[in-house]
Write a protein of this length. Structure first.
Length: 408
């Protein structure tokens, strides 16, 4: 057995750890602004609302650019493209660290958003090269979990660094860790490539596949449901659950740990079949999630229930991620093999569209109805996800036949 094959038999080999670490760095860079928002506002002499706009700007750029960048990246050698985009990511964070004014910071955040989604998509395409088929869904779950680990560990550490040494040092920390990561990428990642033979535009035929359309919609609705309330998690904890100010950070860490569990456990659902089947198994999860989300209104009168409920909602938040990624990758492999990089980007794209939609709806609900109505609004999105996954069920039998013939 070759040395590379022996390494693949162990799940946590060096290439896998490097790819998970890359997700961690992307997540830390994306989320760090939330943790140090007041420090940036004071340092650049702008309002907190102005700095807060960087979060929505990031999602606004990230969502449409990710599939375009992923489709384009498929036409070039994978490793060289991957390394180049990490270099752009590093330049963006260096600009953040040395930003002399808000305008420079906006340019830097746009630069980071332009490459982040494509970097996740490329990382997904390494699965058959760095691990075995047995660990495929576990690999997907752990790559996504890098973002959750960043919210649980990276952001609090970055916030502490900002509070202790100044907000620019939070970005310096990201930069130093990124340089270390680049060195490790050069040392351990495989160099082989699967350059697509079809043109740029033909890759987008993938979007005409009904299975892809329903899968994208399910993720958009699922993400929107969570971000209706997640956008206002701190005010909910403070004003509805009545968590004292000094314990809000502890509450956020506990919620982040629940989200990390959600990402990792989601891999188990992704193991239940191939193609569209794993996502159809999420339908009862969406139903239960909708009931729990609607009950968030009770928090106004029973704060203790609200505290427990928020943890449970965190545990539901990312259960769909691995199952939807399996859908995109398997459907592309079956019917659109030239669109694998594009397929790998769809979860990031869909989730960020959901973030933008959920945050916007959450803002309207909070303004006109109040915090207590955020849960019922999120439940409506989850019912839409239930309907979408129901529409996927007729495809299950056909795909089972397809995979049975393949293994015959």
């Amino acid at each position: 057995m070759a040395k590379s094959d022996v390494a693949k038999e162990r799940f946590f080999n060096l290439p896998v750890i490097v790819l998970i670490s890359l997700s961690f760095m992307l997540g830390m860079s994306e989320f760090i602004v939330v943790g140090i928002l007041p420090d940036i506002a004071a340092g650049l002499k702008v309002s907190e609302v102005t700095v807060g706009n960087l979060v929505s700007l990031f999602a606004f750029v990230y969502a449409p650019v990710t599939p375009l960048g992923s489709a384009l990246s498929a036409r070039f050698p994978r490793f060289a493209t991957h390394l180049t985009l990490v270099g752009v990511f590093l330049i963006g964070n260096v600009l953040c660290a040395f930003a002399s004014n808000y305008g420079v910071l906006v340019v830097a955040r746009i630069l980071i958003a332009l490459v982040s989604g494509t970097l996740v998509a490329i990382a997904m395409t390494y699965a058959p090269d760095v691990t075995t088929e047995q660990y495929r869904t576990k690999f997907i779950a752990w790559v996504f979990s890098g973002f959750s680990i960043a919210s649980v560990v990276g952001v609090p550490v970055g916030t502490w660094v900002a509070n202790t040494f100044g907000w620019r040092w939070a970005f310096h920390l990201v930069n130093v860790l990124t340089v270390v990561l680049i060195v490790l990428m050069v040392m351990v990642l495989p160099r082989n490539s699967r350059i697509v033979k079809i043109g740029f535009l033909p890759q987008f035929r993938l979007f005409f596949d009904r299975r892809i359309q329903f899968g994208v919609l399910a993720v958009v609705f699922g993400a929107a449901a969570s971000y209706v309330f997640y956008t206002y998690l701190t005010p909910i904890m403070r004003d509805e659950v009545h968590v004292p100010e000094q314990y809000l950070s502890v509450g956020l860490v506990i919620f982040g740990a629940a989200c990390l569990w959600s990402n990792l456990y989601g891999g188990k659902f992704a193991d239940r079949g191939r193609g569209v089947e794993p996502l159809t198994h999420i339908r009862p999860i969406y139903c239960a999630h909708a009931v729990l989300m609607a009950s968030l209104i009770v928090t106004h009168w029973v704060p203790v229930y609200g505290a427990l409920l928020l943890v449970v909602l965190g545990m539901f938040m990312y259960l769909q991620n691995s199952a939807s990624q399996v859908l995109y990758m398997d459907v592309a492999s079956q019917s659109h093999p030239g669109s694998l990089n594009l397929a790998a980007s769809l979860n990031s794209m869909s989730f960020n569209i959901g973030i933008a939609l959920g945050s916007a709806v959450g803002g309207l609900v909070n303004t006109h109805l109040g915090l207590m109505w955020l849960g019922p609004a999120g439940a409506i999105f989850l019912l839409c996800a239930v309907g979408t996954t129901t529409l996927l069920r007729p495809f299950v039998a056909r795909e089972r036949d397809f995979y049975a013939k393949q293994h015959a």
